[in-house]
Design a binder for this molecule. Structure first.
Ligand code: TRP
Length: 325
């Protein structure tokens, strides 16, 4: 049997996930776990580089674990772990720090964006964040990293760091490739010129864990017009394409073609379809939430599995760098 290739990806625990996060990440994670040796991490160390409330963090970590499991990530098939439970990640990041030119990090567009949004908290961790991300990925010598467009630059840097290391200390890390998913950009419900994001307020997105009545309410308030409008139609059509029933897809495509589409009707139907799409997820998530010990056990096991590899990598790295007596 040939060994499966390794996939690594992670999500930051910083509050609920929305349907754009689902399409951009979780949906693919579920598909990839059957074909690859997958590591899906909760990037808690990354998440503390932003503004946050320490009293909320552990719940956010737990909630993301619930999302992972309820959406169908199977701990029998993939390794699910919390980043900070494997201290080797920060160790490797430190070594990578010593081979990463500052100028490379200064080019990172996400750092530039984030420093604008959190002007009072431009900390060293925020700047160094891509190096920790490289450590996450290279620790497991990943072949591929499923990510969204906004992370491409970080994976490029990861490849460079692998090359810097290999050139200086000998062939050690493969250069990982990004696996970009072809999903339509899901736009904000209140401003379809912007990407769906929690930062635009609770009315602007649909959470994957939203109850049906919440989804209905949000959809009612979502952008609308009584006129014929192709842009607004396309926005809803992209959601319908992903979450709608075949019947609704056909019905509204026809209504639009015949120019008698009612957006209020489309939005109501879409609210029902999205609520149904995540129905099993919500049920499973509630079940799991009743068993926090069980969930913690799964995370502990995941961390244990990951640590075996992390220790091996660190041993090899420390030997090559000259840190073993
Ligand atoms: N920076 C990623 C994000 O915000 C999260 C992340 C951390 C990650 N480590 C990673 C993604 C390693 C892919 C691989 O989306």
């Amino acid at each position: 049997m040939t060994k499966k290739q390794t996939i690594f990806s992670a999500i930051q625990p910083s509050g609920e996930l929305h349907i754009g996060n689902y399409l951009g990440a979780l949906k693919n994670f579920v598909e990839l776990q059957d074909e690859y040796d997958c590591f899906f991490f909760i990037a808690d160390y990354h998440s503390i580089t932003g503004d946050y409330n320490p009293k909320e963090k552990s719940k956010q970590i737990f909630d993301l674990a619930l999302d992972f499991l309820a959406i169908g990530l199977d701990p029998q098939k993939c390794t699910i772990a919390v980043q900070s439970q494997i201290p080797e990640h920060t160790e490797l990041a430190w070594i990578f720090n010593t081979i990463t030119p500052i100028s490379e990090l200064q080019r990172m567009t996400q750092f530039k964006d984030k420093s604008q949004n959190q002007g009072k908290n431009i900390n060293v961790g925020l700047f160094d964040y891509p190096v920790l991300q490289a450590a996450d990925i290279l620790m497991y010598k990943a072949y591929g990293v499923p990510i969204g467009q906004d992370q491409i630059q970080h994976i490029e840097l990861t490849r460079k760091i692998a090359r810097f290391f290999n050139n200086k200390f000998g062939e050690t890390f493969p250069e990982p490739k990004d696996i970009i998913t072809e999903t339509p950009k899901i736009m904000s419900l209140t401003d379809p010129t912007k990407k769906m994001s929690k930062s635009h307020g609770p009315k602007s997105y649909i959470g994957i864990n939203d109850e049906p009545e919440v989804i209905r309410k949000k959809m009612k308030k979502a952008i609308s017009t009584t006129e014929y409008n192709k842009d607004i139609y396309n926005f809803y059509a992209s959601l319908l394409e992903e979450f709608g029933t075949e019947k609704n897809k056909d019905y509204f495509a026809n209504q639009f073609k015949n120019q008698n589409l009612k957006f209020s009707e489309l939005k109501d139907a879409l609210a029902e379809d999205i609520a149904n799409y995540f129905k099993d997820f919500r049920t499973k998530r509630k079940e799991l939430a009743k068993n926090p010990k069980e969930v913690k056990k799964i995370l502990d096991k995941g961390a244990e599995k990951a640590r075996v590899i992390a220790r091996e990598t660190m041993k090899e790295v420390k030997e090559k760098v000259g840190l073993i007596l």
